[in-house]
Design a protein around this ligand. Structure first.
Ligand SMILES: Cc1cc2nc3c(=O)[nH]c(=O)nc-3n(C[C@H](O)[C@H](O)[C@H](O)COP(=O)(O)OP(=O)(O)OC[C@H]3O[C@@H](n4cnc5c(N)ncnc54)[C@H](O)[C@@H]3O)c2cc1C
Ligand code: FES
Ligand code: FES
Length: 482
């Protein structure tokens, strides 16, 4: 059984298909059709809902953290122990919520199809920031598409709703909601099942290891932003899933003198500040990663686990020399991330083995990363590049260069690195290293880019890296080409 609050109402669900998304649960099971389906693939934001979770802040106070998610990619089992808020819950005692009122007053809605999604993104923005600047508003809304209104009035609504935010029913009920969430806080592995289909929801790494041993055919579910597409886009059924998002041990970030250790189930939004602090370019890349909704649910472990050749974090992590800790039963092994990716979607992961954490070394000052995609926001890379050199008196003593989108896996450019190491860091060396990239990669053409474009982009990104290191005031780093 899983339990969660549907706004204030306790729901205990025993027998639901674990392949059911929150979107379909709301619309088809509860008849709450305010939440819309636009794409069912995380691209349009029409299905945005807000999920509240207990959270202890830096001062030790218990709070509820509200986050916008795409309900089309969220399976119901991941609501266990949380609060689900949909657009129907905002109007209170006959009064529109202040974010709804702002949308009305700023003329932020025409046909209205996208409006519930925008309203929920604005609600999360309002809850999470006191006086958001326009960058924060853009970030909160980048995952919501509108085909009629245009974004200016919606951004005006964001400003109005966040600069003047009267206390709402969620504020006045906060203590009560915290108490209710504590009362349903999970204490042991939960299960949602229907017939032969099941989703198990463990709370500890040890329980996950045992369950994965017992169900080696299970699919691990983290944020579901890749996995759910198998259901919503390819109409497959996932008979057994194990949800890792309630395992606190796998959601911590620990900072040591020489490294960060990031639990594999840490949401990309939660990785931002530690990675940005250490490597500003990594932070910039995370800003460019999908949309806020996707980053709120998608995890770093899932980005590695899906083994996509165009996943954004792996090239950066490989260039930094990151390692992953793999766990199977009671056995753990540490593997360089570059050795994890073997071939297209083939990895070194054994049956019942899972990624427990990612170890990111600190202290690489010449690390830079670049993403080339057709749109700035909410777009997958055509090419993603990461460069990490060490210079001693102008001579390159170490080089780690890695790319996504150039091969069947995220991959180091070993020929390019061989040219760089031992050479003087100058334009002539860069040109030789660019030529060597053609030996490293034979990219494919697809709808994102032609093979020629990819190779030329990779070479130009190396040139750009060189120019930026020579002239640090030029900072056009995380790139979009239209
Ligand atoms: C609209 C949209 C935009 C996107 N944009 C980007 C983008 O800009 N850049 C990018 O890189 N990706 C992008 N993605 C892909 C996706 O969001 C990321 O890959 C994300 O990091 C996946 O994490 P998740 O937690 O949602 O993974 P899930 O979907 O839960 O899992 C993905 C895979 O990893 C496996 N897995 C999960 N956790 C573990 C673990 N601990 N150990 C082993 N295997 C595990 C799962 O079994 C599954 O096979 C986008 C997706 C969508 C829908
Ligand atoms: S329906 Fe488009 S993002 Fe969910
Ligand atoms: S108001 Fe019509 S899609 Fe946005």
């Amino acid at each position: 059984m899983i339990q969660f609050l549907l706004n204030q109402e306790l729901r205990s669900e025993h027998a639901l298909d674990p392949n059911l998304t929150v979107l379909n649960y709301l619309r088809e099971h509860l008849g709450k059709s305010g939440t819309k389906e636009g794409c069912a693939s995380g691209d349009c934001g029409a299905c945005t809902v807000v999920v509240g979770e207990l959270h202890t802040d830096a001062q030790g106070a218990e709070q509820i953290r509200y986050r916008s998610l795409n309900s089309c990619l969220t399976f119901v089992s991941s609501l266990h122990g949380k609060q689900l808020i949909s657009v129907e819950d905002l109007k209170h005692q006959g009064q529109l919520h202040s974010v709804q009122q702002a949308m009305v007053e700023c003329h932020g809605s025409q046909c209205g199809f996208c409006t519930p999604g925008f309203v929920m993104s604005l609600f999360a923005l309002q809850k999470n920031s006191d006086a958001p600047d326009s960058q924060k508003a853009h970030e909160a809304l980048a995952g919501n598409l509108c085909r009629c209104t245009g974004y200016r009035p919606i951004l005006a609504a964001a400003e109005q709703a966040c600069c003047n935010k009267p206390a709402d029913q969620f504020d006045s009920r906060q203590a009560e909601t915290i108490a209710r969430l504590k009362a349903i806080a999970p204490t042991q592995t939960a299960e949602l099942n229907s017939g032969d289909k099941r989703c198990l929801v463990p709370l500890t790494v040890a329980d996950l290891a045992d369950l994965y041993d017992a169900y080696p055919q299970a699919r691990l579910l983290a944020g579901g932003t890749d996995l759910a597409l198998e259901v919503t886009q390819f109409h497959r059924t996932l008979p057994v899933m194990i949800y890792v998002g309630n395992i606190e041990e796998m959601k911590c970030i620990e900072s040591f003198d020489d490294r960060l250790e990031i639990g594999a189930a840490t949401a990309l939004s939660d990785c931002y500040s530690a990675l940005h602090h250490e490597y500003p370019d990594f932070g910039e890349l995370l800003h460019r990663f999908a949309s806020l909704q996707i980053r709120n649910q998608g995890t770093l472990g899932g980005n590695i686990g899906n083994a996509s050749p165009i996943g954004d974090s792996p090239p950066l992590l490989i260039a930094l020399g990151a390692q992953i800790v793999l766990c199977k039963g009671e056995t753990r092994r540490t593997l360089a991330l570059e050795d994890y990716f073997i071939d297209y979607r083939v990895t070194a992961r054994q049956d019942s083995e899972f990624i427990e954490k990612i170890i990111v070394p600190k202290g690489h000052t010449l690390f830079r990363a670049y993403k080339v995609s057709k749109r700035l926001d909410d777009d997958i890379s055509a090419v993603c590049a990461a460069f990490n050199l060490k210079l001693d008196n102008g001579v390159i003593s170490q080089a780690r260069v890695a790319f996504g989108g150039m091969a069947a896996t995220p991959k180091r450019a070993k020929s390019c690195e061989a040219v760089l190491v031992g050479a003087t860091w100058n334009a002539a060396t860069v040109e030789k290293a660019c030529a060597a990239l053609a030996e490293d990669f034979t990219p494919l053409s697809d709808f994102r880019a032609s093979k020629e474009y990819r190779l030329l982009s990779a070479q130009n990104l190396l040139r750009k890296y060189f120019i930026e290191l020579q002239t640090p005031h030029i900072e056009t780093r995380v790139t979009a080409y239209v």
